[in-house]
Ligand binder design. Sequence first.
Ligand code: ATP
Ligand code: MG
Length: 789
Amino acid sequence: RRQQAPSYLEGLNPEQRRAVETTEGPVLVLAGAGTGKTRVLTTRIAHILSLGLAFPSQILAVTFTNKAAREMKERIGVLVGEAIEGMPWLGTFHSIGVKILRRHAELAGLRSDFTILDTDDQVRLVKQVIQAEGLDDKRWTPRSFAHMIDGWKNKGWGPRDIPEGDARAFGEGRGRELFAAYQDRLKTLNACDFGDLLCHPIRLLRDNPDVLAEYHRKFRYILVDEYQDTNTAQYMWLRLLAQRPASKDAGLAEAPAPYVSGSASPAEGGARDRAPDDFSSAPAEAGSRSERPAVSANRAAEGGGPAPQGAERPVSVNICCVGDDDQSIYGWRGAEVDNILRFEKDFPGATVIRLERNYRSTQHILGAASHLIAHNEGRLGKTLFTEAADPDHAKVQVHAAWDSDEEARAIGEEIEALQRNGHDLDDMAILVRASFQMREFEDRFIRMGIEYRIIGGPRFYERMEIRDAMAYLRVVAQPADDLAFERIVNTPKRGLGDASVRLVHDHARARGIPMLEAARDIVATEEMKPKPRAALRELVESFDRWRERMDRTPHPELAETILDESGYTAMWQNDRSAEAPGRLENLKELVRAMEEFESLRAFLEHVSLVMDAEQKEHLDAVNIMTLHAAKGLEFGTVFLPGWEEGLFPHQRSLDEGGRSGLEEERRLAYVGLTRAKTNCHIWFTSNRRIHGMWQGTLPSRFLDELPAAHCDVAEPTGVGGGYGSYGASRFDRADPFSSDRPSPGWQRARANRTDATARNWGSRSGVGVERIGYGEADSGYGAGRKSVK
Ligand code: ATP
Ligand code: MG
C-alpha cells in the first residue's frame, strides 16, 4: 500500500479519485459540466505514468480540439514533472489519424508523404470528378457533393457502403460512382481529405489484423474527452483500438500492462518473444521497449495495484471515456450521443462513475443551467451541486437592449467597468450563437479600445466571403486597386482562367496602368478568345456602372447591387455546403455594418483599421467565440448575447419542428451558461435591423426556462449606466420593462408581443432571412443539416 497519496491526487474528491485510480478495465465518467472530467483525465495520465503502468508512448489520449491537447500536455508536464520522457499520443481524432496513416500509408494506397487537402482543394477536385462524368456542375454543385462525402465519411462509409438511397440522391443517380472516382483521384494525387483521416485508419486497421494487433499491443491506455460528441467513424475507430479478439492467444495474453511483469509473466518475456513489436522499429518508439520505468519495478516488488486475473481479464483495453450527454452539441456534424449511452453495452464490465460536485460555477449559475437543461426530454439526468454558495454571488443577469448595436455597447461598457475593478480581460468571454454576431463586437471594441481575440475562426473582416465582397467595393472606390481586382476577377467563376488573367496582368505591367484599365484595352482587341473576352467586357462595364452610381446611391444599397449583379450572392445561394448559409448571413451583416458609416470610403477606411489590429494572442484580451467553440473552457465572466427566438434557438431548429433540433439548441445554452465561473450576463435585443428595416424580435424561449430564484432581470436603464435616457425612452416604447415586476420582465414582454410582431417574423422569409437563417458552419446550421443527421 502506498503510505501517502502522491500530490497530484490531493484535493480530488473520492469519486474523482476512483476515476483516476481505476486504471484497469473500461471506465466511463458521465458527469455534468465543471465536475472535473477533464481534470480527471489529465490526472489519470499523470497517475499511470508516475506508477509506471505504461510508457508515455503506450497512452493514447483524444481531445476535441488541438488547443485542448496542448493544454493537457502542459498540465501533464506540470503534474509529473520532467521525470517522464516522451509524451503520450495526445491530440484530436484527426491528428492521431494522420499519425497512424503516415505510418501505414501504403496500406491505404498512399505514400507516407501524402498531402491533406483543405476544403477548397477538395471542392476543386470534386468538381473535376463531376465534370469528368459529364454532369452539369451547376445543377450538381461540387460543394454540395463534397459536403455529402464528408457526411458519409463521418459515418465511416466508403463508396461501397453508402445506402442505395444516398447513392441515388446525387448526380443523376451516380453518387456511388462519383464517390469512387473521387477516391481514385485522391489516390492518384497521393492525397486525402479530412474525412479520410478517420476512414483510412479504420479500414486499414480492420483489413490488416497484424497491424491492428500491433496497436493493441502498443496502446495500454486509451482516454477520450468529450465522448458525447464522437461521430460514428470516430466511434468505430475507438472500438477497433480498444477491443481485442476474445480468444486468448489472439491478443489478450500478449497484452498485459507492463507492471504485471513481476507476477504474471507473459509481458516480461513471453509476449515479446511470440510477437515482435513492430513499433520497435519506429523512430519514436525505438529503444524504449527495453527500458522499463524505474517505478514499475518498485511497484511490482510492492505487489501493489489491482493485479489482473488472467482468465477474467476484460476483453477491452483500459479505456476511459469522459463526457456529458447534456453537452452533446455536434449532432449536426454527425456526432452520436448514443455512443455514450451504450458504453456499458459495448464495453462489458465497465465501471461507470458519476461526478456530482461542480467546481466551476456559483450556485446561481449552476441553478440556472440545471433548471434550463431539465426542459430537455431524453436525457440521462444528473445531480449537480456546488459548494460555491455565497449570498454575495450575483445571480445570472438578464439584460434587454434595443438592438445589437446597443447590446455591444452595453457589454463593452460592462467590460470596461470590470476592468477598472481589476478583472483581467482574459477571464471574460462573449459567446455567440452565430458568427455574424461577432462583427458588432469587433467594431465596437476597436472603437472603444478594448483588446479582444476571436477564438476558433477568422475575424469577421477576414472571412473569405467578406474579403471577396470588400474586394469588389475596393475596386469601385479605387479602380487602381489591382490586388482587389485580381481577387475577384474570376470570383464567381466567369471563365477567366489563369491565362486570361496573366494577359491582363502583363498588359498592365507593360503599360504601367491598373489592371482594370488594361482589361478595358484588351477587350477592345482580338487578343483574348471570344468567350473570356465577353466575360471580361461585362466585368469592366459593370465596374463602370457601379462606379457611376457611387455618388448617387446610398452605399449599403450599392453594395447589395454589386453583390447581386456580379453574381457573387448567387454563387453562395447555389451552394449547398454547410458554410453557405452562414456566409450569406455574413454578407448581409456586412451591408448592415456599412449603414453606420457616412460613405463607402469612410467604411473602407474603418475596415483597413480593423484589419490592421493584429490578433492579440498573448496580450490580455476579451475572448469572442461561438458557443460551439467554447466547449470545455471556463471564464470568470461570460456574456451571452442574442437570446432571441430565431437566433437562439436558431430558426432552423424551429423550422425542423421536431424535438431534437431544439434540444440541441438547449444543450448549447447549457454549455454557454456553464462556462461561467462567477458572473453570467445574458442579453436579448428587442429589434434587429435587417436591410435597414427594424424587425421586432421575441425574447428566447430559453429565458422563460430560467428559474427566477437564480436570475435577475436588469433594468434596461441601469446597465453600465451608459446608454441612459436614450436607451430608456426607446425601451419604454419597445417593451414595458417597468421596475415593478412580479414576473420576470421578459415573460411579460413575450406576453405583450402582438401577433403582428410574430407575423413580422414570419414575413421575413420574404427578404430571405429565414431561409438563409443565421447559419454558419461552426454554429451548427448549415444547409446540410438534414443530410448530416
Ligand atoms: P466541462 O464539462 O465543461 O468540460 P469538466 O467536467 O471537464 O467540465 P474541468 O474543466 O475538468 O470540468 O473542471 C472544472 C474546474 O473545476 C476546473 O477549473 C478544475 O480545475 C476545477 N476542479 C475540478 N476538480 C477539482 C477539485 N477536486 N478541486 C478543486 N478544483 C477542481
Ligand atoms: Mg472538460
